[in-house]
Design a protein around this ligand. Structure first.
Ligand code: ATR
Length: 281
């Protein structure tokens, strides 16, 4: 690994941060591509965020990833933002420009869509009907991605109805798409119209309750996509696979979102190979 005095520097900031898989991913790609660069994890307390970000700018970092709890706060600090960041109201990737400005992007949108495209190559989202479980930050990224790809309609269900209604109102004011809230029973019944079912909640994740959803009405042709990647095979995915649906796991979303920052900072598009998939799953 080459780390010279001219090394390109990038980081991930969050609190906690020790669990982050991003250093492993980016440093694997740096080594694979023989790039003179380094990517480190930095634990930053919320009250120190402004100062620390200014320090990264002064120290000549090319940019950084942002994880909990800073995604919304960084959104406010960035001088310029991509459309994905604006729709998600959160930033997970920052590019520091040559003028020292912060350009904020949300690469979960790219990650969500590119993972689906990689794993369901014949599936065209245009004019399809998507069913989304959840109304948090990940749901916003998934929904904006689906809108960009031209889906016709999105049904949303969420434990907290108000949060989903607010999300729908926000997207309706910005995009030309039919978004509709359904309670879980209605959602399960309407699944007969579904082309793509997505879980964006943390349900099914290690140490979380399982996602309990009745798939009886889901057509066998529908794709089931879970963004949870620990475990890779969630109960939702295993139920879907057992009844004959095609499934998409969440690990690729993490890798595809990382590609965007890596390419912006280190100027090389990294490859998502079997080795990196294995290392982080
Ligand atoms: P993220 O940025 O990862 O999406 P988030 O914004 O906190 O995280 O959103 C978490 C999502 O998981 C929400 O849709 C949340 O539902 P609520 O809006 O009702 O809180 C959902 N979620 C988390 N734990 C849940 C649980 N035990 N039961 C149902 N939904 C849950």
């Amino acid at each position: 690994m080459i780390i010279s005095g001219k090394a390109i520097k990038a980081a991930v900031i969050g609190d906690p941060i020790s669990h982050s898989l991003s250093p492993q991913i980016h440093n694997y790609w740096l080594e694979q591509n023989k790039i003179d660069g380094v990517y480190i994890a930095l634990k930053i307390h919320p009250e120190d965020l402004q100062d620390c970000v200014q320090s990264l700018v002064k120290m000549g970092f090319a940019g950084f990833n942002v994880t909990l709890p800073h995604k919304e706060e960084i959104f406010k600090i960035c001088q310029r933002k991509s459309k994905s960041a604006e729709f998600c109201k959160a930033v997970n990737t920052v590019i520091i420009t040559s003028e020292g400005e912060l350009f904020g992007h949300n690469s979960d949108v790219d990650g969500f869509i590119n993972n689906l495209k990689e794993n369901a190559q014949d599936f065209d989202l245009k004019d399809k009907i998507a069913f989304v479980i959840g109304a948090g930050g990940a749901a916003r990224a998934a929904i904006y991605g689906l809108i960009k790809e031209g889906v016709r309609k999105i049904y949303i269900t969420n434990r907290n109805e108000k949060k989903a209604i607010d999300l729908i109102a926000d997207f309706n004011s910005k995009a030309n798409i039919v978004l509709e809230f359904l309670n879980q029973i209605e959602f399960e019944e309407r699944l007969k119209e579904c082309d793509l079912l997505v879980n964006t909640t943390s349900l099914g994740m290690e140490n979380q309750p399982p996602l309990l959803i009745n798939l009886d009405f889901l057509p066998k042709s529908a794709i089931v996509y879970d963004i949870v990647y620990k475990p890779l095979m969630t109960e939702l995915l295993s139920n879907a696979q057992n009844r004959g649906n095609k499934i998409v796991t969440g690990i690729g979303m993490l890798l595809h979102q990382a590609v965007v920052g890596f390419e912006a900072w280190f100027k090389v598009k990294p490859e998502i190979d079997q080795s990196i998939k294995k290392q982080i799953s």
